[in-house]
Design a protein around this ligand. Structure first.
Ligand SMILES: [Zn+2]
Length: 135
């Protein structure tokens, strides 16, 4: 079931709740005060009470609401607005395993061998040789 965002006016906060498609537009009970909260489109946060520039997520754990996700820290520094270090984690530096490294090595070897074969057989290299031309 999809998650939807809701806004509780009384608690002045955003929360998310599961909803079936048929109840997608129906209000959901606030996790804090149990009142009915209206579903909100994800892009309509502008009018909400902000915590350091972000809608506050409830239940209030001191967290923030960013791009439909609860995050522990607001964006600081030179991040683009659609990026958040907690949500768009950089890929961990990936070391090729021994097997993968071997495959890469063989690929390069095969490519080099292929090129040498082409040169040996008199085929022109892919890059243009100067001085060619019939006449
Ligand atoms: Zn509430």
């Amino acid at each position: 079931m999809p998650l939807y965002e809701y806004y509780c006016k009384r608690c002045d906060g955003v929360f998310e709740a599961m909803g079936a498609i048929r109840t997608a537009s129906a209000p959901a009970p606030c996790p804090v005060c149990a009142r009915k909260a209206e579903r909100i489109p994800p892009t309509s946060f502008a009018a909400f009470t902000m915590r350091e520039g972000y809608p506050r997520a409830i239940p209030d754990r001191g967290t923030y609401w960013h791009l439909e996700k609860e995050v522990k820290q607001p964006l600081r520094g030179a991040f683009r607005p659609n990026e958040h270090p907690e949500l768009t984690k950089p890929e961990p530096p990936r070391r090729a395993s021994k097997g993968e490294a071997e495959i890469e090595r063989q690929k390069r070897h095969a490519a080099a061998k292929e090129q040498k074969k082409m040169l040996d057989s008199g085929m022109p290299a892919i890059h243009d040789r100067t001085g060619g031309g019939g006449g």
